[in-house]
Write a protein of this length. Sequence first.
Length: 55
Amino acid sequence: MGRQALEGLDGVFEVTSGWRDGREINTATYDPERIKVEDMVGALEAAGTFIGVAE
């Protein structure tokens, strides 16, 4: 579900998903000149899937 929230955002080039400790983990390849981490967090929060960020 988190992957779908990130795919298609302007500035996000690729999203890979996996699982750790029963939670979905998404890794986004993005252009920081076009999208901020806060914008991606907002998309995940709107989708109801946000738990945290690891940079």
